[in-house]
Design a protein around this ligand. Structure first.
Ligand code: PRX
Length: 648
């Protein structure tokens, strides 16, 4: 498969960028030509219709497609026997599974048939809560094949989090596993689902795939085994003549999936992506950022429970007819050489991981590399958080042996795919900088008033809040069930701009460096968590009166979670109370949101109007002792001293 839209040189990047800004409709229409449509955009159709006030964004509306025909069927002619997915199990002793495009087609058709048999229709929401097994990819694609909207929930979220998401999405179907392996752990996913479903009257069917053979409860009439259902579906398809489940015709703008992500207020919101724009963008950026060449083996270490896995394990690579390595385990089990084993074993060409994983592997030194052949690597990538220069250089020297360009890809759940990044070997890299925007992306740094930023920092870089001026094809379309929330969150801060929530610097060549969130969203080990969410969870503990949560720099995680808690309970000593609070957070959100530090305080620094001055709490958590800024507007300035002296 060739990619007519693949950028081959720096000059071409500049030309394509220019063209994409001057004539976006023409530009993306020509990219769209490389895809398989059931009905193309016709002459006279509006390629793009948008305004950021409602907001409304429509790309290729009226055109028809099914993303799975692009990810699978169109490759069957030439690539039927090529591996689409190489699955590496948690336990290196277990058998690797190689899923060819032909096999993927068969399995996805079976899933589609199975979903139909169980009453799933186009537009229904299907929640997927599984470990990293190939069946997770089949489930995602099976939903897309029949036009059901998948909502994948990361395996680390609690029953309560799942219940909230099921409710918000009005979901009626679940696909899960009995359990999942993660390193030395065996996580009982089905039992978490059972807890989430206590009192739930909407869920009609739960399909359970067997992975760990952990004992599970199977409720008659509601719970069915994946294996039985798939066999039945296989029989039906075999008897239908041609082994195929016809792909549902979807409008370009029909929703493809929901993915929940944290914001600065309230509960996580369901980011909605649509079929065509998302497909174009993930494929286009996959091919261009990583400079994917037919035959390359791509290894993205993310979990499909996050957007990175959706876009760069499943949809992007498969639509490009690529080979995607899917890894069930964790980087440090059974030892810290796990990634290098996989690179060696599967002759990986592109490795895409998170700075937090890099920092954690750095601490093991060079021993884990011994005897591992990394010479197949051509391109390295990072995503999820700013990468510190030390980690960047370690990645470059130890992993890439200074031969492999590193792409620092900045993007978000809401953006669907990479927006700012260098392109491997095409545009220059700069350690710690995401560098240049993709074609079609118009970043703008603004000051607090929404005016273009002009203020420079001490290094001469312009500093501001990162916005985007116009819609690229895979911008989020809405937040599920609450369009006003989408407007408020992303389009209301600055007029006519999409606000990312990130702060950034810009150098004289137009390169961007993302400095981190400027809102109350934390980035812990590359996972997004809202401070308000963690506070709500802590406050649910019976002994807690009030709490305030801030982030602080953490060597491995990027950011750690620091909680200040007012407690009036009577049970246990301080240590016990901390553990109880951690347990509560684990129950309410999941282990990923557990605070790293909990400081008990008698009050919080509040203004006379009752607002918590987080700036002060952030500074104390960061270890700043002197310049806490103006505290005169506080109701009780004395509390600051108490908190400062009690810092842990
Ligand atoms: O703060 C930015 C950070 O991660 C946030 C988005 O998180 P999420 O929606 O979970 O998606 C993560 C994977 C795309 C952003 O607002 N972020 C992501 N990539 C980078 C980054 N920060 C700095 N550099 C990056 N390359």
């Amino acid at each position: 498969m060739s990619y007519p839209f693949q950028i081959q040189s720096l000059d071409q990047y500049k030309q394509d960028y220019q063209r994409s800004i001057e004539k976006p409709e023409e530009f993306w229409l020509s990219v769209a030509d490389s895809f398989f449509w059931k009905k193309k955009c016709q002459a006279g159709d509006k390629v793009l219709d948008w305004n950021f006030t409602e907001p409304k964004v429509e790309w290729f509306k009226g055109a028809k497609l099914n993303i799975t025909e692009n990810c699978i069927d169109r490759h069957l002619d030439k690539l039927a026997d090529k591996p689409a997915i190489i699955w590496e199990p948690n336990n290196p002793e277990e058998r690797v599974r190689v899923v060819t495009y032909k096999r993927l087609h068969k399995r996805v058709c079976q899933v589609a048939q199975m979903l139909k048999n169980n009453g799933v229709k186009k537009g229904d929401r299907v929640c997927i809560y599984m470990g990293m097994v190939p069946e997770l990819a089949y489930a995602v694609l099976g939903c897309a094949r029949i036009g059901a909207i998948h909502s994948v929930i990361f395996g680390g979220f609690s029953a309560q989090s799942i219940a909230d998401r099921l409710d918000d999405a009005n979901a009626e179907f679940i696909i899960t596993c009995d359990g999942a392996y993660r390193g030395a752990k065996d996580i009982p996913l089905k039992s978490v689902i059972d807890d989430a479903l206590i009192g739930n009257k909407k869920i009609k069917k739960v399909i359970v795939y067997t992975r760990t053979r952990t004992p599970v409860s199977m409720i008659k009439g509601r719970d069915v085994w994946w294996e039985d259902e798939m066999l039945h579906a296989e029989d039906q398809l075999e008897h239908s003549g041609e082994f195929n489940f016809p792909a549902e015709e979807m409008d370009a703008e029909d929703p493809l999936f929901i993915l929940y992500t944290s914001g600065s207020t309230g509960k996580p919101k369901g980011v909605v992506h649509s079929c065509a724009g998302y497909m174009l963008w993930t494929t286009y950026t996959f091919v261009n950022v990583f400079q994917y060449k037919q035959g390359d083996i791509h290894f993205c270490t993310a979990d499909i429970g996050w957007i990175t896995g959706h876009s760069y394990i499943v949809y992007g690579p498969l639509s490009a007819g690529g080979t995607s390595v899917m890894f069930e385990g964790i980087p440090t089990w059974p030892d810290a050489g796990r990634f290098w084993d996989i690179v060696d074993k599967h002759k990986v060409n592109i490795l895409y991981t998170a700075p937090t994983a890099i920092r954690s592997l750095m601490s093991f030194g060079s021993a884990p590399f011994e005897g591992k052949d990394l010479s197949t690597l051509k391109v390295l990538g990072t995503v999820g958080e700013p990468i510190n220069e030390e980690a960047w250089h370690w990645y470059d020297e130890q992993v890439g042996k200074k031969r492999c360009p590193i792409v620092d890809t900045w993007w978000q759940t809401e953006t669907g795919g990479v927006l700012i990044s260098n392109m491997a070997g095409i545009t220059p890299s700069k350690p710690g900088w995401a560098t240049l925007p993709m074609p079609g992306v118009q970043p703008l740094l603004v000051d607090e008033n929404g005016k273009e930023a002009t203020e420079k920092n001490e290094d001469g870089f312009i500093k501001g809040n990162l916005c985007i001026k116009a819609p690229w094809p895979s911008i989020l379309r809405t937040t599920y069930g609450d369009h006003e929330r989408c407007r408020q969150n992303y389009f209301a801060t600055y007029e006519n701009l999409y606000f990312t929530g990130d702060g950034a610097l810009k150098d004289e060549h137009g390169n961007y460096r993302i400095t981190g969130r400027v809102d109350d969203v934390l980035n812990v080990s590359g996972h997004r968590i809202g401070t308000a969410e963690v506070e709500n969870a802590i406050n649910m503990h019976a002994g807690v009166v009030e709490s305030a949560v801030v982030g602080y720099p953490h060597d491995l995680k990027g950011q750690g979670i620091y909680a200040y808690v007012i407690y009036n309970g009577t049970h246990g000593d301080e240590e016990m109370r901390r553990k109880d609070i951690l347990q509560t957070v684990t129950r309410v959100i999941g282990p990923i949101a557990k605070p790293d530090k909990i400081q008990f305080v008698s009050g919080l620094p509040k203004t006379r109007s009752g607002k918590i001055m987080r700036r002060i709490l952030r500074k104390i958590a960061e270890g700043e002792t002197q310049n806490l800024g103006d505290t005169t507007t506080l109701l009780d300035p004395g509390i600051v001293e108490e908190i400062r002296s009690g810092k842990i």
